[in-house]
Design a binder for this molecule. Structure first.
Ligand SMILES: C[S@@+](CC[C@H](N)C(=O)[O-])C[C@H]1O[C@@H](n2cnc3c(N)ncnc32)[C@H](O)[C@@H]1O
Length: 286
């Protein structure tokens, strides 16, 4: 029988994960504001035991572990062995001993019951085949109220709002859809970048999974890429990083050119500047 998140696992263990590891310095610089927000949330919660879901190459897990120091322990969990390998290397290089990484599917894996004071994620929770089951699994791992002065484990997630709110992310794919129309297709409930775009749906998922005090707050963050990073961002990330291998070279070159040019209007003083339209999603374990 196949695993529920088999397709996502295949993606993130191969090209999806490889490009994130390869481009980790660029992505971490780009998403640094969100890393800070999550590290601050962990500190504000007074957490001693933190779980980072879909931690990837570990930027937010490392930031949380650095904030907590000897007071706390952090676990980074990801379905991608490729990403976790990179995260372990970084933790070792940083000399962090209060951190552990685990390759596992957050939807189905065994987690220590009632254990974590804070659960966080930076763009790592939109890929579950069954999000309600995943968040019920995480709810079981959440520490109850008595462990913290405020009520129970604190869940803090960052996820993308809609494609319409994030034209920068899709500029390349939209331009390239002139060559491959399937690039324009989008299913708002399928696992993927924008699966948490509908805040009402997200609140329903969390409530059904047993979370309380659910809040979804729009978060608009100014981000910038260096102009020389645009080639990779435009042509190797997202759907353009997953083009069919049989595509002929001439078409691929045309697609890359169209995708790259789509970012020209964003460039100013050597940087591509845009606003990242996200949700800050918060909830408590009772
Ligand atoms: C967009 S990346 C974000 C990585 C990291 N949080 C960051 O901000 O750099 C999404 C991550 O979610 C992970 N992921 C997807 N499905 C997962 C699942 N079912 N369980 C655990 N991790 C998952 C992927 O492997 C990937 O590392």
């Amino acid at each position: 029988m196949s695993e529920p998140n088999e397709a996502q696992s295949a993606l993130w263990n191969k090209r999806g994960g490889e490009i994130w590891v390869e481009q980790q310095p660029m992505l971490d610089r780009l998403f640094q504001p969100f890393e800070r927000i999550l590290a601050e949330a962990v500190e504000a919660a007074g957490a001693r035991s933190v779980l980072d879901i879909g931690c990837g190459a570990g930027a937010t897990t490392l930031a949380a572990a650095q904030r907590l120091g000897a007071l706390g322990r952090c676990v980074g969990l990801d379905i991608s062995a490729t990403m976790i390998e990179a995260a372990r290397r970084r933790a070792e290089a940083a000399g962090l001993v209060n951190i552990r990484f685990r390759v596992a599917d957050a939807q189905t894996c065994d987690l220590e019951p009632a254990h974590f004071d804070a659960i966080v994620s930076r763009f790592g929770v939109m890929f579950f085949a069954d999000p309600r089951a995943a968040f019920a699994n995480l709810r079981r791992a959440a520490a109850p109220g008595c462990r913290l002065p405020a009520a129970g484990c604190r869940l803090t997630l960052i996820a993308w709002r809609s494609p319409a709110d994030n034209p920068f992310m899709l500029a390349g794919e939209r331009a390239a859809s002139a060559f491959l129309p399937e690039l324009a297709a989008f299913d708002p409930t399928a696992p993927g970048r924008f699966a948490f775009a509908d805040a009402e749906r997200v609140r329903g998922i969390l409530a059904a999974a047993g979370w309380a005090q659910i809040e979804t707050t729009p978060l608009d963050v100014a981000c910038a890429l260096r102009e020389q990073e645009l080639d990779v961002y435009a042509t190797r990330m997202g759907k353009l990083g997953q083009l069919p291998p049989h595509l002929d070279e001439a078409t691929r070159a045309q697609i890359d050119e169209a995708a790259r040019r789509a970012y020209d209007p964003y460039v100013e003083a050597g940087e591509a500047r845009f606003s990242a339209a996200c949700w800050r999603i918060e909830a408590r374990a009772g």
